[in-house]
Structure formats: C-alpha cells, structure tokens
Design a protein around this ligand. Structure first.
Ligand code: SF4
Ligand code: SF4
Length: 382
C-alpha cells in the first residue's frame, strides 16, 4: 500500500519543520533510503512567479530552508530549482522570483545553489503518451542524483487544484510552457503533458508545503488559509488524492489529474492509501474556500485561453545595437537556433527556453510581443 504521511505543523519555525519532516521520513524508511552523503539533491520548488513566501503562492522559503538544512547535514549538495516562465513586460520573472520569495537568501545562508531552469540548458525527451512532440526539460533534473518535488498546497481557478502532479510543469523552461497550454487546451489533455514529465524525469520524493495554503482563486490571486500540514509521499498521485480530499473534493473533480490516474502514475483510491504520521485519517480543512468555478468549468476546456496566449505571445529577439558579439547566446542555445554572424533567431528551431535572454550580460536579448497592442498593454501594466 502506498503511504502518505500527514504531519501537523503550526508555523514556519525551521526547527519544528525539520522535526516534522524527519519524523515523517522515518515512516518511509528514513532519509538514508533516499539520499547518501555526497549526493546532489535538487529541490524542485513551486516558484510560480515573483511572489512573497507569505502570499502562499509559492513554496515557503523557510520550508525550503528546513529541507536544505536537513540535506546539508547529511553531506548533500543542495540545488533549489524552478522556472516561472512567461514574461512580465519583456523580462523573464524566474530570477526575480528567486529574490522575492527569499530563496536567494536561503541559498546564500544555507550553502545551497540556485538553479534557474531558464539558464541551465535542456534535456530532450520523447513522451510516450497522447502527444508525441519532443519535450525539452530542465537539465538539472537529469544531472542531480536525487530530485525532490516540493509543491505548495493551492487551489487553481482554472484547474481547481494544484499540487504534486501539477508542480512539475515548471520543469519546462522559459516561454515554452505557453506552447503546451496551446497544444493541450483541454484540462485532461494538459494532464497528459504533466504525466509525460513525471514519466520522463525521476522524482524520488514529494514533500508538500501545506503549512499555509492558498484558497479561493489560486494559484496566485487567492487568499491565505492556515492549514498547518506537511504531506510526504513517494507517490505524487496518492499525495494529491489525499490533499484534494482534505480540501473537500474527490480526485475525479480535478480533470487535470485524470491522465495521471489513467496512466497509473500512482494510487488514486483513498482506501488503498495508507495514511500515517500525525493522522491516520484524512483531516478535513474546515471552511477552506474552493475556486468559484469549481464544478461549473469541469466540462469546459481552455480554448478561449489560446486566444489570450496568441495575443500575448512573446519571443526572444536580439537587439543588434546592444549586442557586443560575445556569442554567449549562440553557444548556450541548446538547439543552435541563433546564427553566429547575423544573430538572427530561427523561430522554427527555437524552443523558447530563455537561456539566451537569461545569459546575455548586455541585455541585448529582448522579449518581444508578437502583437503590438499586447506589447503596449504589457508596458502599461507595469
Ligand atoms: S549574448 Fe548578448 S551580447 Fe553576446 S552575442 Fe548574444 S546577444 Fe550579443
Ligand atoms: S534562441 Fe535558443 S537559447 Fe534563445 S530561447 Fe530560443 S532555443 Fe532558447
């Protein structure tokens, strides 16, 4: 029987979190079953954007600090990684996100290494699900010895819920994420992409920060709910099954998780999941607010979103006036899409990973809106 550990944790006191996570890990056979001295461990956090840790939109920085401290004490090298994707007024938000959340500070103080997935290159994988399009996932996922998924407990106004299964979407670097939203506007199809990522990359553990969670119109515009929980499992679907039950829903209420169920990513029958830790039953989160469109959007798809994605579509472009011809972008482009002499980007090859934008020291790689009006709106909205 797959296990989900539920620990009660009242706040972000690092010492308390460490005790709760360590106790929980004992229920899974102990840390030594998962990490060894000298391992490189990647913490794949939820860095949806430049949001403060207290907003409940991101994995809390003190939660990341606690995990980092545990792993450093075990002699591991710790990487903290994610990609926020998108562009805010022509700037990739991931680097800013690492600052605003406090992850940069945690890394500096605890001796971890930040892995901005928009800068780290990609690893090509071939999905075996409904979509056959090659996938480019952040390279650190494949370079680390151990990968720990560290999602946040949150609602999602479109997908209703976002947790362990959905958190892996940030493994797709940069602007490429928008292409997947466009390719799979239907929520169940979008779930196929998530299942592809889970199958391609190896996630050894899932440790969810549910000490404060986001209720209502998540994943960024909801309000904070004090849920006081940490969930741990080796099975992302079992973890999500228990989490959505805690919020008062069933797994089948979340269409984006149906592909994970179909493709046997884990256990989805609550009766077949062993709950251990501070609880041996599913605790209900009293008064937790679900998104307004819960149930009403279940049968709809996100086709209208495509129009918005197309309207705001952004692409990298080299500003020749600013370019110093250092060729950093040319060398770092994983698909060789930048011409060395003209600095023109071949958009048929470009996978919109943002490496060129992130690595150019001279701010010469700009993110331009395809649509002029969208560009004006984006500039006015900052
Ligand atoms: S990295 Fe920047 S400055 Fe260097 S060649 Fe590319 S665009 Fe030009
Ligand atoms: S040109 Fe290359 S480095 Fe730049 S976004 Fe496209 S694929 Fe990535």
């Amino acid at each position: 029987m797959n296990k989900v550990i539920i620990q009660e944790c009242k706040d972000y006191s690092v010492d308390d979190i460490i005790v709760k996570i360590n106790n929980g890990m004992e229920r899974l056979g102990g840390w030594d079953k998962f990490v060894k001295t000298g391992n490189v461990v990647l913490l794949k956090v939820n860095l949806i954007g430049p949001k403060s840790s207290d907003s409940a939109a991101v994995t809390h920085s003190e939660f990341v600090r606690a995990l980092t401290r545990i792993l450093k004490n075990k002699g591991c090298t710790v990487w903290i990684g994610d990609s926020s994707g998108g562009a805010i007024a022509g700037i990739a938000p991931t680097a800013q996100g690492f600052k605003v959340t406090g992850y940069d500070k945690v890394a500096e103080e605890e001796g971890a290494i930040i892995k901005n997935f928009d800068r780290e290159g990609v690893f090509e994988v071939q999905p075996h699900g409904k979509f056959k399009e090659k996938m480019y996932l952040a390279k650190p996922l494949f370079d680390a010895d151990v990968v720990i998924n560290v999602p946040k407990l949150k609602t999602h106004s479109a997908n209703i819920y976002t947790g362990a299964v959905k958190n892996v979407f940030g493994c797709i670097p940069g602007l490429r994420k928008a292409m997947y939203h466009k390719m799979a506007p239907d929520k169940e199809d979008f779930g196929e992409i998530l299942a592809d990522i889970h199958e391609a990359a190896k996630f050894d553990l899932h440790i969810m920060d549910g000490i404060i969670s986001m209720q209502g119109e998540g994943p960024t515009a909801g309000t904070v709910y004090k849920s006081n929980k940490i969930l741990i499992s080796t099975d992302p679907l079992a973890l999500d099954t228990i989490a959505v039950n805690m919020l008062g829903m069933m797994l089948d209420d979340i269409p984006v998780l149906s592909a994970a169920k179909k493709r046997n990513l884990g256990q989805y029958n609550p009766d077949e999941i062993e709950i251990v830790g501070d609880y041996n039953y599913i605790p209900h989160l009293e008064g937790f607010k679900l998104p307004k469109n819960f149930r009403s959007t279940k049968q709809k798809n996100n086709k209208s979103v495509i129009k918005v994605i197309d309207f705001f579509k952004t692409k990298p472009e080299i500003n020749k006036k600013k370019c110093k011809q250092c060729n950093m972008c040319v060398e770092s482009c994983p698909v060789k899409a930048i011409d060395v002499s003209t600095k023109k980007i071949d958009y048929n090859k470009c996978i919109e990973c943002m490496c060129c934008h992130e690595l150019c020291m001279h701010k010469a790689v700009e993110l331009k809106k395809d649509n002029v009006i969208a560009g004006i709106i984006a500039r006015l909205s900052v």
